[in-house]
Design a binder for this molecule. Structure first.
Ligand code: 1GP
Length: 255
């Protein structure tokens, strides 16, 4: 894909559908069969792009997993890396994230320096993303692994200042993350205040379990919602269709 192609796709989705739904596939937390089945069904269920990544890789099969996913879908496949070890030329793009809410130099710039030459070698499109952890009621993997404090969920001013810093640093997206399987997702009021304060698109993920969880985040001002955990279990494709539909306010609900 040409550089910028995937980001342009995301902007077009936001424009045409009123919001976007990104399905996160974590190859470490489901069987290869489930990864492939999800990827295969995703486009038909209304998913706009696939994120592939994990905060903690137990297995050395990331490249194979992305290859298998890519083989069964026409959707853009975007790496959402937990570390530079999750870079592969098989994907279309990478969320080039910096954990701006934390003060751990490894996740602010260290992993990025390790990954940059690989990204250039692979020819991957980069989508620079300011990544913000938000307190969510329990310790999440990303908090534990990164060794960083999340933004307190009532401190909207801190969230706004971080998001604006991301914008001024030239990031194309800000990602507000409650953490996979979060007890409490990112609050709508925080999203609304940040959306009124910055100009770049907001991604929200972590603990979104119902169509209402998705629609309320998009209504509050998020451009994209990310769902992963829910589809790692037995949730069916019909439910996935309801979730994606809730993230697309410009499209009539199918019954
Ligand atoms: C995690 O934001 C994503 O990085 C998705 O969270 O797995 O809770 O849906 P869930």
């Amino acid at each position: 894909m040409t550089d910028g192609h995937v980001f342009e796709h995301l902007l077009r989705v936001r424009e045409d559908r009123g919001g976007g739904f990104l399905l996160l596939i974590d190859p470490d937390r489901m069987t290869r069969e489930r990864c492939v089945a999800l990827a295969e069904a995703a486009a038909g269920c209304g998913v706009d792009a696939l994120l592939v990544g994990t905060s903690f890789m137990l297995d050395n099969n990331f490249n194979d997993a992305v290859t298998a996913i890519k083989a069964v879908t026409s959707l853009p496949v975007i790496i959402f890396p937990g570390s530079f070890a999750q870079l592969t030329p098989k994907a279309d793009a990478v969320l080039f994230t910096s954990l701006l809410s934390g003060r751990n130099a490894d996740y602010l710039i260290g992993e990025q320096v390790r990954g940059a030459p690989l990204i250039k070698w692979f020819g991957l499109e980069t989508i620079p993303t300011g990544y913000m952890l938000v307190e969510s009621g329990a310790l999440t993997s990303v908090q534990y692994i990164s060794g960083t404090m999340p933004i307190p969920r009532t401190k909207f001013d801190i969230a706004c200042a971080h998001a604006l810093a991301a914008q001024y640093l030239g990031m194309k997206l800000v990602y507000f993350e409650a953490g996979s399987g979060a007890v409490q997702p990112v609050p709508e009021d925080m999203i609304a205040m940040v959306a009124s304060y910055i100009d770049i698109p907001i991604v929200v993920g972590g603990g979104l379990r119902t169509p209402e969880d998705c629609s309320s985040r998009i209504e509050a001002g998020a451009s994209f919602v990310v769902v992963g955990n829910l589809m790692e279990g037995e949730a069916g494709f019909e439910y996935l269709r309801q979730m994606t539909s809730a993230a697309h306010p410009k499209e009539p609900i199918e019954v």
